[in-house]
Design a binder for this molecule. Structure first.
Ligand code: TRP
Ligand code: SF4
Length: 329
């Protein structure tokens, strides 16, 4: 059975963008493949090393989010990167064969540095981010990696590293391939890409009152200055959410209503609030149950990491052997 691996940095609560862009897909993939889902706390340090105080609580939060969303630790291996030290060893070994030029060329490297200009990212760890990501993936010989569009280059680099490794030492690793989720792009409440750092995110756990507070004042198509002005849903951030969450029947009505001005924006937003409250009602309930049992979450991560370590260690034994490292016993 092919293996799937994906991961997220523990940076905070998950929002609707994470659901449509990743989790929804992961939940389906775990039914078909042997799946590994890793919370990458070392990766979080690459950008947050100056202020790591929230990483620990975020780990539990994200694990609760995953499980409430339907990631089942009985079906998938859900684990914590820093509890599987083999990732660090493989990262080190891969760093020996990864040309600096490959890393300097990764588009997200300079882009992230620009975007996070308040932090000093001129570190060894930050440059090596995709090498650690490569280790995460190939240590389980994973062939499928569900990720967002922005991670495409990282997976491409992983393939290049694998080819170089296999060329130098023999065929140990399969080349991983990304599964790009064809994501309807979800916009945030201010019309920009939904992101926690922009403060425009709608979280999966937001209860109905919060949904109202966030969605009612959302920016809409600027053509609809008055209720009698028809709009174009394609130019409206609210519509990006309807496309992802409202069933087609109802969506058609809204489209019609918007373009003919037979409904107002508030009517349209009310439908969205209803859809979201209903869709994530079960999620909210499960999440709060998990959050009141933090010890249980920790146990699940420890158990998953133990399982991950067994697979990872097997791969490393092969790697040490072909690279001629250590003492042969
Ligand atoms: N770089 C990924 C992100 O920021 C997180 C990540 C780390 C990851 N290791 C991974 C994703 C391995 C997929 C596979 O989203
Ligand atoms: Fe956007 Fe809905 Fe208003 Fe149309 S009716 S502009 S889709 S909020």
């Amino acid at each position: 059975m092919k293996r799937v691996l994906s991961g997220m940095r523990p940076t905070g609560k998950l929002h609707l963008g994470h659901w449509v862009g990743a989790l929804e897909n992961w939940v389906k993939l775990q039914e078909k493949y042997e799946s590994f889902f890793v919370i990458v706390d070392w990766h979080a340090l690459t950008t947050d090393y100056e202020n790591p105080s929230r990483i620990r609580e975020n780990i539990l939060e994200i694990a609760a989010d995953w499980m409430a969303a339907g990631i089942d630790p009985e079906k998938s291996t859900v684990f914590l990167q820093s509890l599987v030290k083999q990732h660090a060893e493989l990262h080190l070994l891969l760093s020996m064969i990864t040309p600096l030029g490959w890393l300097l060329r990764v588009p997200t490297y300079k882009e992230q540095m620009r975007q996070l200009s308040d932090r000093d990212l001129h570190t060894y760890g930050f440059l090596g981010y995709p090498v650690l990501q490569t280790a995460d993936i190939i240590i389980y010989k994973s062939e499928l990696v569900p990720v967002g569009e922005d991670q495409k280059y990282h997976i491409e680099l992983a393939r290049e590293i694998v080819r170089r490794f296999n060329h130098l030492y023999g065929e140990v690793f399969p080349e991983p391939k990304e599964i790009l989720t064809p994501v309807p792009r979800i916009l945030g409440t201010d019309g920009r890409k939904m992101s926690k750092s922009y403060g425009n995110a709608i979280f999966m756990e937001d209860p109905p009152e919060v949904l109202k507070k966030k969605i009612f004042p959302m920016v809409t198509d600027t053509r609809r200055k008055r209720r009698s002005d028809p709009g174009k849903p394609e130019d409206c951030p609210v519509w990006t959410l309807h496309k992802a969450f409202t069933p087609e029947e109802k969506r058609k009505e809204i489209y019609q209503g918007c373009t003919t001005a037979s409904i107002g924006c508030l009517d349209c937003k009310r439908v969205l609030v209803e859809e979201l409250s209903e869709k994530f009602a079960g999620f909210r309930e499960k999440k709060s149950r998990f959050m009141s049992k933090k010890e249980r979450i920790k146990e699940i991560l420890i158990e998953g990491s133990k399982r991950a370590r067994q697979v990872a260690e097997q791969t490393l034994e092969e790697v040490r052997e072909v690279m001629g490292i250590g003492i042969k016993v």
